[in-house]
Design a protein around this ligand. Structure first.
Ligand code: NAP
Ligand code: GCO
Length: 266
């Protein structure tokens, strides 16, 4: 058996949501290098254009579409357009996400709902849109980007933690309901990754020192560094490939050991 071949994505079509930059971009780029045809969406044309240019710079011919993943009609139209212009989706990565860091007692219900809508309802909408074709094809991979907050809480991220905890269970439920169709649904739980989403937590302080939260994460991470989006590429290729055809309902934490560690003594 040529074990390396199991990790190839040759001939596969992968849709990564919210992948103009950040974690989604790193995952989609890795998929392209593993042989897949890349499709991505973002909420604004200017971001799609920015993403297309960034992929092209890497020599990747990606297909980009404007779509708000929380909008069922837009998602249905997106999938139909992709199937017409590119082909049936083999791999879906639910990556698009937002966070609002607000103490719960100061957060409005509308703000809470907005985070749940993007981080939990949208992965449901996206998965529901691609499952019928995967069932027809007899195989499929759905990968949900979870979080440390799928397992842990912290101040100011109640909506995000509720969404990511729910996303962990949605992952297990898609596995339970669709495993019989040879569809694998797994999650990736990144640790703290240096992307625009966490930039506010890493800002250099006026006195030139590191952000207190930055120092906190270094103390909580056995590998004593923030993750890079590229640290997620290999695990994401594994979960999208034939190498994981009997891995289902699993959340693969890529966190430098955070979840295993009580943290460095101050
Ligand atoms: P990011 O830099 O904020 O990128 C998120 C992407 O999602 C952006 O392209 C954003 O587009 C897009 N998006 C947001 N709402 C959307 C919508 N309604 N429809 C379509 N696209 C939408 O985030 P990231 O750090 O790369 O994180 C990506 C995923 O990993 C998220 O699910 C996040 O929760 C998760 N995660 C991140 C970390 C971390 O430390 N960075 C750790 C664990 C998990 P716009 O720019 O237009 O908003
Ligand atoms: C935060 C961070 C985290 C990371 C990630 C950790 O404010 O605590 O944004 O939530 O984004 O989800 O896995």
């Amino acid at each position: 058996m040529d074990y390396l071949k199991q990790f190839s994505l040759e001939g596969k079509i992968a849709l990564v949501t919210g992948a103009s930059y950040g974690i989604g971009f790193a995952i989609a780029s890795a998929y392209a290098k593993a042989g897949a045809t890349i499709v991505f969406n973002d909420i604004k044309q200017e971001l799609v254009d920015k993403g297309l240019a960034a992929y092209e710079e890497l020599g990747i011919k990606a297909h980009g579409y404007v779509c708000d993943v929380t909008n069922e009609e837009q998602v249905a139209a997106l999938i139909a357009q992709i199937e017409k212009e590119v082909g049936v989706i083999d791999i879906l990565v639910n990556n698009a996400g937002i966070i609002k860091r607000i103490p719960m007692c100061e957060m409005t219900a509308a703000e809470f709902r907005q985070v749940i809508d993007v981080d939990l309802n949208a992965p449901f909408i996206m998965a529901k849109a691609v499952l019928p074709s995967m069932i027809k094809k007899g195989h499929g991979k759905i990968i949900n980007i979870c979080s440390m907050m799928s397992e842990l809480g912290r101040e100011t991220v109640s909506a995000y933690a509720a969404a990511k905890g729910g996303l962990k269970m949605l992952t297990k439920n898609i596995c339970s309901e669709y495993g019989k169709y040879n569809i694998q649904c797994n999650g990736i739980g990144p640790g703290y990754i240096a992307t625009p989403q966490t930039a506010p937590l890493r800002e250099i302080q006026p006195d030139g020192s590191r952000h207190p939260f930055d120092q906190f994460i270094i103390a909580k991470t056995p590998q004593e560094r923030w993750g890079e989006a590229d640290d997620l590429a290999g695990p994401a290729v594994f979960l999208a490939s034939d190498a994981s055809n009997f891995v289902n309902g699993h959340i693969l934490y890529v966190d430098g050991g955070i979840l295993a560690y009580i943290g460095k003594q101050p």
